[in-house]
Write a protein of this length. Structure first.
Ligand code: CA2
Length: 145
């Protein structure tokens, strides 16, 4: 049966392609969604691609993923560096999670070097721009096989 990935994008990622292209690239979130969808389909996977600026909504989505999805790919945006609530939600569900960042968070300001997502993730992909989302689909395919 085709397995399903919940893709969660956190605060401000809806602005992709409109500002700071030198850091985050020129593609929009819709461009990334389309490429990820095509990649997933080539591996017999489906994606449910979402974005929210609200921490509580992301926590609710993670809790619901337990019954509805086989894996989670998450770019929690700035909540990566602050959200114990998202970490706790990820730890509470036994759905495997892959963490993605467009920029290399370790080459940036010190406050971006710590991730509350990482302790709950199988691994992190950081610094490859939008390609990182496609790498995450490969990683999920491997984890679920
Ligand atoms: O590199 C990443 O993917 C980040 O998760 C992006 C977050 C940042 O806070 C993390 O440290 C690293 C920021 C997302 C905001 O995205 C924007 C896109 C275009 C214009 C402005 C913000």
């Amino acid at each position: 049966m085709t397995k399903s990935i919940l893709v969660i994008n956190g605060p401000n990622l809806n602005l992709l392609g409109t500002r700071e292209p030198e850091i985050y690239g020129a593609e929009t979130l819709d461009d990334i969604k389309d490429k990820m969808s095509a990649k997933a389909s080539s591996l017999d996977l489906t994606i449910d691609f979402r974005q929210s600026n609200t921490e509580g909504e992301i926590v609710n989505w993670i809790q619901e993923a337990r019954d509805a999805h086989d894996a989670i790919v998450i770019n929690a945006g700035a909540l990566t560096h602050t959200s114990v609530a998202i970490m706790d939600a990820l730890l509470a569900v036994d759905t495997p999670c892959v963490e993605v960042h467009l920029s290399n968070i370790f080459k940036r300001e010190e406050f971006r070097h710590h991730s509350f997502i990482s302790p709950a993730a199988v691994g992190m992909i950081t610094g490859f721009g939008s390609v990182g989302y496609l790498m995450a689909v490969d990683a999920v395919s491997d984890i679920l096989s």
